[in-house]
Write a protein that binds this ligand. Structure first.
Ligand code: PLP
Length: 531
């Protein structure tokens, strides 16, 4: 979120609470206070500020880790002061990062003799940026060699509409065209029947998503790999077409729950994989990882040297300084849980999500996109003309249900699906390792109670098509959407949705309206980064 003058609360100062030594004086909220205050008083003020906030354990919207063991938290607190980029000063921390990269490369089946490379990042977004840049630079080097026009013709990236916003950011920041393959009402994954229609010699790569943000479904990466094989054989005169796997959610889940599923470096066209350590890597935010199957897929122009024990060490990152504590936390998890521990934890989470999926299906009111039996995500829409078992018709919508669940403390997002199925509204429950059977049971009980309450409710607040319900973390780049509309108007291949077109047209009509409309877009258009 961008903050500024307009984001101030009406009350511009804070008062100290009962019992505080500083009672009576006030502290400004939006300016630096002139004098220091007592450490306990400062802590109490901030604790009070944070009181009225969701409970992270009841947050069914986020994929991000909301629990770590006491020992891990201690270790992480002890290492908060270490800067991950200072490899020379903290060579042992650097060694832990090195071990993590190697563990992941092994987990993702990097070929035995390959010269793989990888790094930690702040999260999947940074990891995807790095992977995207590597694809772009490698493509450009090859395109130049083949005498293609790399100056006036923009390269493109191909991905399904169920992408997370980081890919839109990548395309905007690094000047790449985003080619979006619509999803269908039936499946929210990469459409293999059409994906190759979007590819040409200017394609830097195709992104496969191992666990989409919208529904947790897996793209068919093996099928995609076969298509890319065929393409490369038929087009040896073009830059090599490659696949990057966005494994933000599945990268550290699938290897433990479906070790035989081929989605990783076992497939030769998969050249890089990214993941969020803070999702199913079980570490607190923010840590992510990216690994390239071989050095040749990471052009040297992108590698920078930092000093390391009197010598130099190659790095690739967008950020420079950040705490090393998340890397330490990640390594703790690897060491502590091992393969068996991760499998045990993830399979248990899967079992719990399947139970929730079953119970929700059993109500007879919902159609499920994801039952929770693979990625532990339960995603569903209301059946058309849904009726309770006693024949009472459903007159509420999923936004109303989100509100009801919120009354019990549960945060469950409702949002429209992406391009191709944008008229469908779904609700999604993300199950994480800290969702115990007892907590899940409490959720299901509250869920059923909410359905009963809604059956008898007379006042409904939410109109259908309200947009995304809370807990989202971004939206579209207005500039990019405008460009898509212009291109679509000019008869080019990629069509934005009608709602996007209308909103953007309105925004273009009045310059002053653009900011407001941008907010509207964020709220009402498809949301790519529901966590
Ligand atoms: C598929 C996918 N890619 C990328 C991201 C971005 O991840 P991060 O929050 O780690 O930057 C997410 C986040 O939910 C995601 O689901």
């Amino acid at each position: 979120m961008l903050y500024g003058e307009k984001n101030k609360e009406k009350l511009r100062s804070m008062a100290f609470g009962y019992g505080s030594k500083e009672k009576g004086s006030v502290i400004p909220k939006y300016r630096l206070n002139e004098e220091s205050i007592d450490a306990e008083a400062a802590k109490a003020l901030i604790e009070n500020q944070l009181l009225d906030e969701g409970n992270s354990r009841l947050n069914m919207a986020t994929f991000c880790q909301t629990y770590m063991e006491k020992q891990a938290v201690e270790l992480m607190s002890e290492t908060l002061d270490k800067n991950a980029i200072d490899k020379s000063e903290y060579p042992q921390t650097a060694e832990l990062e090195n071990r993590c990269v190697n563990i992941l490369a092994h987990l993702w089946n990097a070929p035995k003799k390959s010269d793989y490379l990888g790094t930690s990042t702040v999260g999947s977004s940074e990891a995807c940026m790095l992977a995207g840049m590597a694809m772009k630079f490698r493509w450009r080097n090859q395109a130049r060699e083949k005498g293609m026009d790399v100056l006036t013709h923009r390269p493109n990236l191909v991905i399904s509409a169920a992408y997370q916003i980081c890919w839109e950011k990548f395309c905007v920041y690094w000047d790449v065209d985003l080619r979006v393959i619509p999803v269908t009402r039936k499946s929210l994954t990469l459409d293999l029947d059409h994906v190759m229609d979007y590819v040409d010699e200017y394609t830097i790569g195709i992104v496969g998503i191992q666990g989409t943000t919208y529904s947790g479904e897996y793209d068919d990466i093996k099928g995609l790999n076969a298509l890319v094989d065929k393409y490369n054989k038929a087009h040896s005169d073009r830059p090599e077409l490659v696949i990057h796997i966005d494994g933000a959610c599945g990268g550290m889940f699938t290897p433990f729950t479906e070790p035989d599923l081929e989605w990783d470096f076992r497939l030769p066209n998969v050249v890089s994989i990214s993941t969020s350590g803070h999702k199913y890597g079980l570490t607190y935010p923010g840590v992510g990882w990216v690994v390239w199957r071989d050095r040749k897929y990471l052009p040297e122009e992108l590698i920078f040297e930092v000093s390391y024990l009197g010598g130099h060490m190659p790095t690739m990152a967008i950020n420079f300084s950040r705490s090393a504590s998340q890397i330490v936390g990640q390594y703790y998890n690897f060491l502590r849980f091992g393969r068996q521990g991760y499998s045990h934890i993830h399979l248990k989470t899967q079992e719990i999500s399947s139970v929730i999926g079953d119970r929700i299906e059993h109500t007879g009111l919902f159609e499920l996109y994801n039952h929770g039996s693979r990625m532990p995500i339960v995603c569903y829409k209301l059946k058309e003309k849904a009726k309770y078992k006693d024949g009472t018709p459903v007159v509420w919508n999923l936004y109303d249900l989100s509100d009801r669940l919120r009354m019990h403390g549960w945060q469950v997002p409702t949002y429209p699906l992406p391009d191709g199925a944008e008229e469908v509204t779904v609700q999604r429950i993300v199950c994480r390792a800290d969702l115990t059977f007892n907590l899940a049971e409490a959720f299901v009980t509250d869920f059923r109670e909410c359905l009963e309450d809604l059956k008898h409710a007379h006042v409904l607040c939410n109109e259908e098509k309200r947009g995304s319900y809370g807990f989202t973390h971004g939206g579209h780049s207005l500039g990019l959407v405008k460009k898509m509309v212009e291109e679509a108007d000019a008869g080019k291949l990629f069509q934005p949705t009608e709602s996007t077109k209308q909103l953007v047209k309105k925004a273009i009509e009045g310059a002053s309206a653009i900011q407001d409309e941008f907010q509207e877009l964020i709220l009402t258009e498809k949301q790519h980064d529901l966590k």
